[in-house]
Design a protein around this ligand. Sequence first.
Ligand SMILES: Nc1nc2c([nH]c(=O)n2[C@H]2C[C@H](O)[C@@H](COP(=O)(O)OP(=O)(O)OP(=O)(O)O)O2)c(=O)[nH]1
Length: 129
Amino acid sequence: MIQVTCALIESKQRVLCAQRSAKMSLPLKWEFPGGKLEKGETLEDCLKREIKEELGLNIKILERLPSNTHKYSDKKIIELIPFRCSLQTSEIDLKEHSRIEWAGVSQLESFDWAEADIPIVQHYIQNFK
Ligand SMILES: Nc1nc2c([nH]c(=O)n2[C@H]2C[C@H](O)[C@@H](COP(=O)(O)OP(=O)(O)OP(=O)(O)O)O2)c(=O)[nH]1
């Protein structure tokens, strides 16, 4: 099983959502930015590293949310581990994703999410107003 961290970055009552590029796996699906845990790394270090690499942002980690284990049709099993985060810097430089959107909670269901993200989106909607 592959452990993947992801960040629900909050600012002004909105959450940062990112669209995977056409060249990535799960092309054009929406996700929360993050990535795979590397050997010897804590989950928090992994998330901060990935967010810096992908978006050029520094984040503060606020809270861990329930993870979701999902098996994709190619048999790849991931444990997606979400964290609520806030911004420490605000200038975004998209290095991998095709675009980002800052979504209000009521807009979250309208995105075409990667399958593994759907329970995480549902939990977030139910718990944060
Ligand atoms: N970062 C991130 N990855 C996600 C989410 N949902 C989801 O299914 N994934 C999957 C996509 C990838 O298979 C894996 C994260 O890998 P990665 O972002 O570090 O690297 P990658 O795209 O090169 O992965 P891959 O093509 O080798 O599978 O988790 C999500 O919300 N955030």
